[in-house]
Design a protein around this ligand. Structure first.
Ligand SMILES: Cc1cc2nc3c(=O)[nH]c(=O)nc-3n(C[C@H](O)[C@H](O)[C@H](O)COP(=O)(O)O)c2cc1C
Length: 198
């Protein structure tokens, strides 16, 4: 059974939702899936200034926090992260920067990885965020399983070939219907991880 870790960071719930859909898609494709969140590192005062952020953090406090052991366990990963000025959130960078030991011992080589993102504007940095995340994966020696245009659902979700992405309004409502594209991406990631691990 292919083991997949769906690892997300979310301040206000969008990437949590994307990650949940990815988990469903990967399970439907026959994988054993862990849904994991990246640890929150922002000061509590900053979080409390944004009620939606504080609420989401409280609601998801029981979701296990992603660790290096999870990276070692999984055959593949799906990351879902919101844009921060076209780049990954600092919380995610911290998580990635703690993988040096795994990288040094070659344990991330041939892991299959795929990524998703969100932003408030339709051209607000979704693609750049995914590409910036993938840069780390290239250094890991991971195999990037981008969706490309491998399924009609990609076009329906706005046509991002690097990974599914979505636009959210100020109230956190998704502007595109991306559920099918997320599930396709998850299935494709599981499929490629299976082939690599045959
Ligand atoms: C510090 C910061 C920087 C952001 N930068 C951008 C940006 O450059 N472009 C954009 O469209 N949205 C930007 N956003 C909006 C977030 O990407 C958006 O709130 C997020 O995608 C929602 O995902 P979440 O609900 O999973 O947290 C930024 C938000 C924060 C807090």
């Amino acid at each position: 059974m292919t083991k997949l870790a769906v690892i997300y960071y979310s301040s206000t719930g969008t990437n949590y939702k994307l990650a949940q859909w990815a988990k469903e898609g990967a399970e439907a494709a026959g994988a054993e899936v862990k849904l994991l969140r990246v640890a929150e590192t922002a000061p509590q005062e900053a979080i409390n200034e944004n009620p939606a952020w504080a609420k989401h953090l409280e609601e998801t406090k029981d979701i296990p926090i992603a660790t290096n052991d999870d990276l070692e366990w999984a055959d593949g990963f799906i990351f879902s992260v919101p844009t921060r000025f076209g780049n990954v959130p600092a919380q995610v960078k911290s998580f990635l920067d703690a993988t040096g030991g795994l990288w040094f011992s070659g344990k991330l080589v041939n892991k299959v990885v795929s990524a998703m993102s969100s932003a408030q504007n339709s051209h607000g940095g979704q693609e750049a965020t995914i590409l910036n995340l993938y840069t780390t994966m290239f250094h890991w020696g991971a195999i990037v399983a981008q969706p490309g245009y491998s399924d009609p659902s990609v076009f329906g979700a706005g046509g991002n070939p690097y990974g599914t992405s979505v636009t959210v309004d100020q109230d956190g409502n998704m502007q595109e219907d991306v559920e099918d594209a997320v599930k396709h991406q998850a299935k494709r990631t599981v499929d490629i991880a299976q082939r690599i691990n045959q």
